[in-house]
Design a protein around this ligand. Structure first.
Ligand SMILES: [Zn+2]
Length: 224
């Protein structure tokens, strides 16, 4: 049974029996893996203090002889990746990352890492939306702000677009249906993604959250 070591981000830790945890982890070089952390729920377990979400972890584990669940051997907690007051928003990012980067997908570590950085640099509300959008972009769930996602035509930033059926559409494709995404809104979202100094007004953050919510909902219905 081979031993492995890697940088890691903890997605989820679920109780297994009275004393152990099963972990879902995104690793830098091994993709998403599941691990058994034996005894991790016991008060004296060395895993207890180190197994923290939203921290840069370095882990060592033994690969499974059969099945897909390895065994955690050692975990070192390096640095927190978010300020204390943003840890709750960080949990929202973990929940989304867990859906966007499921088992068997090799990506996820650097995408989540970058998203946490995006959130850490921005106000919590708009920063959470920007960070989730960034991961959705990396997963191919959403397109850019400068093309119609239906007809692929480039749409100048001075024009209004529409959010219809989880797609950003030009006037022609949307036929004036759906949520209006004004040129000002589109410019602001684009700028907020790339520049942490540009603030986003609440009404634009709300539109962004609705775009995110409806996209996740559409994927849930599709994969049910
Ligand atoms: Zn179009």
């Amino acid at each position: 049974m081979m031993e492995q070591a890697d940088d890691a981000l903890l997605l989820r830790a679920l109780p297994f029996s009275d004393s152990s945890l099963t972990l879902h982890v995104l690793t830098k070089n091994h993709g998403r893996i599941s691990l058994m952390a034996r005894g991790a729920r016991r008060a004296k377990s060395p895993f207890r203090a180190s197994l923290m979400p939203l921290h840069h972890l370095n882990i060592r584990w033994r690969e499974p002889r059969t099945g897909s669940m390895g065994t955690l051997i050692e975990v070192n907690r390096l640095k927190p990746l978010l300020q204390e007051q943003k840890m709750l928003a960080g949990q929202t990012l973990l929940a989304k990352a867990s859906i966007l980067f499921p088992d068997g997908v090799h990506a996820g570590f650097s995408e989540l890492w970058n998203a946490l950085h995006t959130l850490s640099e921005r106000p919590e509300g708009s920063g959470t939306a920007a960070a989730i959008w960034e991961m959705m972009l990396a997963s191919g769930w959403v397109g850019d702000f400068e093309h119609c996602w239906q007809c692929s035509e480039p749409i100048h930033l001075s024009e209004t677009m529409f959010w219809e059926h989880s797609h950003l559409c030009c006037v022609t494709c949307a036929q004036h249906q759906g949520l209006t995404v004004t040129s000002g809104c589109r410019k602001s979202l684009l700028n907020h993604l790339t520049n942490s100094n540009i603030k986003l007004i609440d009404s634009y953050t709300n539109i962004w959250n609705e775009m995110i919510r409806s996209t996740f909902l559409a994927h849930q219905i599709m994969h049910r």
